[in-house]
Design a protein. Structure first.
Length: 202
């Protein structure tokens, strides 16, 4: 990666595969699907089974900040049901400086949209760096409280899901290419430097 390529291009996706523990909480591992909490992609996100893909919209490498569009909604029942409940998060930001992921969150227990809410901690012990970055996402106290208040009984502690692995994230951010004019300038400076070195040797 070039030292001056600090910006992240708006290409590619971050893929998140939801863990079996969370699928169990949602009821998606049960044969009886009458009480399932259904996750679905929103805002341009896509999914293939338990793997959700969110478009990278930009960011920086130093500090590591990766912006995304799209999100995921968790719904119990349908909007026509009296006990319909939902919780959704979108526009995720992976923040390497705080080892967290934040999102815009809304739902049955919210009045409007809460912006830039931290919902995951990055499990740094699982972090693998390279062209592709992989890391586990841990449900934090805020998201745990929101899930419990939305979908579980009143006697469930708000922090019951805190620390549970939500899933594994995989992302391959791409540097923004330098404009052609900048590349020509760098080439010219390189040539000039070579000429000066030759003259100094003579």
């Amino acid at each position: 990666m070039p030292a001056d390529a600090t910006s992240i291009a708006a290409v590619g996706t971050t893929d998140v595969t939801v863990s079996d523990d969370v699928l169990g909480f949602l009821g998606l591992t049960d044969e009886d699907d009458t009480n399932n909490i259904i996750p679905s992609p929103i805002g341009g996100a896509t999914n293939d089974g338990a793997t959700f893909s969110f478009s990278i919209t930009g960011g920086t490498f130093d500090p590591l900040l990766i912006d995304h569009s799209g999100g995921v909604a968790f719904e119990f029942g349908t909007e026509l049901d009296e006990d319909y409940r939902f919780l959704q998060a979108e526009n995720f930001l992976i923040d390497g400086t705080t080892a967290s992921v934040s999102a815009d969150v809304s739902g049955s227990i919210f009045d409007g949209v809460a912006l830039d809410v931290p919902i995951f901690d990055l499990d740094l012990e699982s972090l693998v760096l390279g062209e592709t970055i992989t890391v586990d996402l841990l449900i934090n106290e805020i998201l745990s409280g929101a899930l419990v208040a939305t979908f579980l009984t009143d006697d469930t502690p708000p922090g019951a899901l805190a620390g549970v692995t939500f899933g594994s994230a995989s992302t391959s951010p791409t540097p923004v290419p330098l404009p052609a004019s900048a590349l020509l300038l760098l080439a010219g400076l390189g040539a000039l430097s070579s000429v000066r070195r030759l003259k100094s040797q003579n």
